[in-house]
Structure formats: structure tokens, C-alpha cells
Ligand binder design. Structure first.
Ligand SMILES: NC(=O)c1ccc[n+]([C@@H]2O[C@H](COP(=O)([O-])OP(=O)(O)OC[C@H]3O[C@@H](n4cnc5c(N)ncnc54)[C@H](OP(=O)(O)O)[C@@H]3O)[C@@H](O)[C@H]2O)c1
Length: 302
């Protein structure tokens, strides 16, 4: 990987607002309500939203477009990350007979054009290949990413859920221009600490992004034993960190690792967006970080 990615690293902020679940509530938010939620994000220093073609079964990008229309200033103020490459049977993907991946240049370029139109924006700040597609050659995928960059339809590109080998292959073909690998990471899913993803990001000065930072809410579910152990530990630690909200402590735990993963919030609650925005200023002590690791694993370090 070349140093090109270095300059991109700092463009991905500590906290990003994720939109995967924004249409999941029984009462769908109006355009104005969604715009208001994005405004709260901005007021709390969260200026980037993460979305994807497939979110809300292909409905979320249009909802974001509606919010940007309701409050046109947001269009200038928000930065947008989106992804493509997952096709599932739906009205929008009439040719999809079963869920599958498609990271061909033809599909990626078409998806970006559709995303721009649905969100009614001129450029995507960061575009990611959502998942590795085992049937598309890296050359085909990078041809699409290069074309999108050349055409100015996207400012930067990256990948999501890629193994270190898949990342390296694509990144080499793109002369080190991949800006991120967005992967699952939380106290309940620590794979990137062990599978080399974070080490690779450190080596290439690429900032990874952590999705499902609360393990999709399982971290706070009474049904999850490891989650409950972590909660008890966080409650014990909270007073030491100025009565920090437990979710903010988890985000701080994620931000603490040297690869410094950007945290993607998944909540639909305004109060939890406010709480989460405080995470960047919390600096966890080394032994407190390990105490959370220990609680999650149910054992001490080997
Ligand atoms: N690249 C990928 O493949 C990929 C995959 C999945 C997600 N993502 C991205 O990552 C973002 C975040 O993922 P995620 O939604 O799974 O994040 P998450 O933060 O792990 O989970 C969010 C869920 O946890 C609940 N929650 C939040 N705070 C809570 C608390 N204090 N107590 C109890 N429940 C709580 C939320 O409910 P409330 O709404 O009620 O707070 C929501 O249902 C997504 O929006 C998406 O942008 C990317």
C-alpha cells in the first residue's frame, strides 16, 4: 500500500451516524423528522452518515433524499458514505432470484448513479463495495471504482467486510487508494483484532470503520450472557469517567485500539446520538480496556 491512503485516513471521523435501521421503527420517520435527526447529529459533531443501497430493502437512500429535500442546507453540511453490491429479491432487483453479491464494474457504476439520484446529491464522499464478491475479478471491481473516481461521482472509495488478502489485492491494483475496510467490531465481535484486519489498516495508515459497535443491541440484552458481563463492568467503570453513558464507554473502547476504528452509531434515539457523541473525549485506562475485554471473553488474558 502506498502513502496515498494516508491523507484519506483523517477524513473519516471518530463517529459516524449509521442509517441501516432508520426505517425499522413501526412508525416510519417523516422527511422532516429524519432531517431533524441529522441536524442533531451535526449539532453534536457527527457530520457523516453511513448508508447503503440495500438498507431498508432499498428504501433508505430515498428516505435520506427526502430528508435532504426537507432541509436543503443539510446537503451542503453532511458527508455521505454509501455502499453497493448486495442484490436480494425485491421489487428494485427484479432479476434477483436469491440473495447474491455483484461487485462488477458495471453494477457498481449503475448503483452509484442510482444512489446519487435517490439522495439527490452530486457526489458521494466515500463509496464502499459492501461485501467481497467471489465471482468478480479484482480488476473488474477496480475498473468500476476507478471510473467513478475519474468521473467525480465519488470522492473516495473503500471496501467492507473484506479479508486482509482481498483488501491487499484490490488496494495494490488501486495504488493504495482504498480509504477504509468497514468491518464488524465490538466487545462481542473482536475478530479484527485477531484476523489481521486492524494490523493491515495500521500498516497502510487506513482508518477502519466499526459496524454494529453495540453488537446490534445484543450488548445490552439480558439474553446475552457476555453482554451482561460487559454491562456490569461498564456500570462499575462509569463513575470513574464522569458517569459516562454505557454506550459512550463502548465507543471509547472501540476508539482506543491503535487502528482507531471510526464508530458507526446505529441508534434511532436522539438521546443516544447525544450520548454517543461524547465518546471521543473519553480516554479509557489501559486496565479498564482489558477489564472490558475480560468481561466479554469471560476469562482473563492468556
Ligand atoms: N458494512 C456492513 O456490512 C454493515 C453491517 C451492519 C451495519 N452497518 C452500519 O453500521 C451501523 C450501526 O450498526 P448497528 O445498527 O448494528 O449498530 P449497534 O449500535 O450495534 O446496534 C444498534 C441497535 O442497538 C440498539 N441500542 C443502541 N443503544 C442501546 C442501548 N443503550 N440500550 C439498548 N439498545 C441499544 C439500537 O436501538 P435504539 O434505536 O432503540 O437505540 C439499535 O436497535 C448501521 O446503521 C450501518 O450504517 C454496516
Amino acid at each position: 500500500m502506498s502513502d496515498n491512503s494516508n491523507q484519506l485516513r483523517y477524513e473519516i471521523p471518530d463517529i459516524v451516524y449509521g442509517t441501516w435501521r432508520i426505517l425499522d421503527e413501526s412508525e416510519k420517520p417523516s422527511d422532516a423528522a429524519l432531517a431533524e435527526r441529522f441536524r442533531v447529529c451535526l449539532e453534536h459533531g457527527i457530520g457523516t452518515i453511513d448508508t447503503a443501497e440495500i438498507y431498508g430493502l432499498y428504501q433508505v437512500e430515498a428516505a435520506i433524499g427526502g430528508a435532504l429535500k426537507a432541509d436543503p442546507e443539510l446537503k451542503e453540511q453532511l458527508r455521505i458514505i454509501t455502499k453497493a453490491g448486495i442484490d436480494v429479491p425485491s421489487a428494485e432487483k427484479s432479476g434477483a432470484l436469491l440473495p447474491h453479491y455483484n461487485a462488477t464494474s458495471e453494477n457498481l457504476v449503475a448503483c452509484v448513479e442510482k444512489s446519487l439520484s435517490l439522495m439527490n446529491i452530486d457526489v458521494i464522499d466515500l463509496f464502499l463495495v459492501h461485501r467481497p464478491d467471489w465471482l468478480t475479478s479484482p480488476e473488474d471491481t477496480t475498473a468500476g471504482l476507478d471510473r467513478l473516481l475519474e468521473q467525480g461521482k465519488v470522492k473516495a472509495v473503500g471496501v467492507s467486510n473484506y479479508t486482509i488478502h482481498q483488501f491487499e489485492t484490490l488496494d495494490q491494483l488501486m495504488d493504495g487508494r482504498l480509504a477504509t475496510n468497514q468491518v464488524e467490531f465490538s466487545p462481542l465481535e473482536m475478530a479484527p483484532l485477531y484476523d489481521g484486519v486492524f494490523d493491515q489498516c495500521l500498516r497502510g495508515r487506513v482508518r477502519p470503520m466499526a459496524w454494529s459497535p453495540l453488537a446490534g443491541g445484543r450488548l445490552f440484552s439480558e439474553k446475552n450472557e457476555a453482554g451482561m458481563r460487559v454491562c456490569v463492568k461498564l456500570m462499575e467503570l462509569s463513575p470513574k469517567y464522569g458517569d459516562a453513558p454505557l454506550d459512550a464507554l463502548v465507543y471509547a473502547w472501540i476508539l482506543s485500539v491503535p487502528a482507531n476504528p471510526s464508530v458507526i452509531l446505529g441508534t434511532n434515539k436522539i438521546s443516544r446520538i447525544r450520548d454517543g457523541s461524547k465518546a471521543s473525549v473519553i480516554k479509557l485506562d489501559r486496565q479498564d480496556w482489558y477489564a472490558v475485554w475480560e468481561a466479554a471473553q469471560g476469562k482473563s488474558v492468556p
